[in-house]
Design a protein. Sequence first.
Length: 337
Amino acid sequence: MRSEPRVILSGFADEAAVNKKALEQFVAFAALGLQYYSIRFMDLGGGVKNVMKLSSEELATVKRLQADFGLRVSSLGSPIGKIKLRDEEDGTKNVYIPFERYLAEDVARVCELAGVLETKLIRGFSFYHPKGHDPAPFVNEVVDRLGSIADRCAQSGLIFGLEVEANLVGQNGHILAKIHRQLAHPNLVLVFDGANLVVQGYTAEEIYQQYLAMKPGLGWLHIKDYRRPQREAKGGHVDEHVLKNFVPAHLGDTGHEVILRDFAQLLPDLEARLGKLGAPGVFLDLEPHVKGGGQFGGFSGPDGMGVALRGLCRLLNYVGIRYHLRDFEDVRAARGF
């Protein structure tokens, strides 16, 4: 008899550790009862590095520590797509890299890492258009580039998850859904993140409509929230360095209860679709930023991750979504008993 669908809880482990120390990340996640984590920044003794910069020796250490703590990688929290679309000065510090080189080096590297770390999911983004411009005219250009990235991921049997985020071409759910429809690539899915819409000034109703637009292309959800955005205009540039009001999902302005009630109905089909691509299930990936966050990451501490996880579990219990955390048999299996 087939069991009813459930989500797998995961999170960005670097948010749980002071100075991104690897051992602290794994200790915190194991203690919280999580069996999966998204890898992004890590300090293995040689300073903080993005996962893209880890050496072969450091990756071997990561895999050893994973095994020691019974953890697995849910997704690579890569920065793929967080570069300028065009080589134009726009007053930002975003970098430009010629796309063919980017595809041959950075995209190839992230696909290699996914194989080493045994995950099927790569998180990425939709490129920065020039600051102050309407993103709509840049959609076709982004579709062309993302198509090449998705093709490269497909060659390695991987799934590229495109996250909605301020200041990128795919800065809201409607634009991201348009990109997904135009591309129509089986190895490209969308990643919903409510806080990334709240900070742009959207209301809960507007965010729900954007979730619905993204729904046909959804692959997984990032769970973080925000309240009282310090701005009025919608869709304009967001100064990510001054954002201070990140909160757990049950305290913010996204409206996660309504979204998760609808998401529950999507789970059986989504679980089956992702399973055909090799994913172990449908992830809800905690990225709470409750002690601060910015353009390339955030910090919650082990206590903040615990608060955010318990808040999410309460929400899931309330809306009737089953979820996976470690049980006694998982703990025994991790130690070879």
